[in-house]
Design a protein around this ligand. Structure first.
Ligand code: S3P
Length: 173
């Protein structure tokens, strides 16, 4: 299977952590889209949002995504990446898309413990407000995420299981 693997899913679904492990396991190069953007613009994502606004960020995010044409890579995308422009069509046409699926409840628990200040969309949110935000945003985004070739139950998977599912899919494809 000689195509890029894209991990997609909501903020806090473990795309970066699992992506890095998967890349190691498959001996592929790991690419973190948010990290590439931060390097490109020389500032953090919250700073970029504040200075240039979300619209500019989404344009840049789409450009950086579409530069990822290497076949031997695992790419962890930002939570919003598949949901803007024709990004999800592009991802599906280029590689294998894997949706790391978690319930709003599990996302809430994980995001409450994460560094919210690194995620501009979550700034100022906690407790009930964070829970409502996750429910609403996930409902808006799930139709994009669900177009992925593979849906993985994040809480009940391992890097070995994930790579087996991808290999299996690659054989059927
Ligand atoms: C975003 C998710 C972030 C980052 C940006 C916007 C989103 O990535 O791209 O803050 O809109 O869901 P993570 O999913 O890696 O947190």
């Amino acid at each position: 299977m000689n195509r890029p693997i894209f991990l997609i899913g909501f903020m806090g679904s473990g795309k970066t952590t699992l992506g890095r492990k998967l890349a190691n396991h498959l001996q592929r190069t790991f690419i973190d889209l948010d990290h590439l953007i931060v390097e490109r613009v020389g500032m953090s994502i919250p700073d970029y949002f504040e200075k240039h606004g979300e619209e500019k960020f989404r344009i840049l995010e789409s450009e950086v995504l579409k530069e990822q044409t290497g076949s031997d890579v695992v790419v962890s995308t930002g939570g919003g990446s598949p949901c803007y422009f024709d990004n999800m069509d592009w991802i599906l046409s280029q590689g294998i898309a894997v949706y790391l699926q978690l319930s709003p409840k599990a996302l809430h628990a994980r995001l409450q413990q994460s560094k919210i200040d690194k995620r501009p969309a979550l700034q100022g949110l906690n407790g009930e407000a964070l829970r409502l935000f996750i429910e609403e945003k996930l409902a808006q985004r799930e139709s994009f995420y669900k177009r992925a070739h593979l849906h993985i139950d994040q809480l009940n998977t391992s890097v070995e299981m994930l790579s087996q599912s991808i290999e299996h899919y690659g054989r059927l494809d």
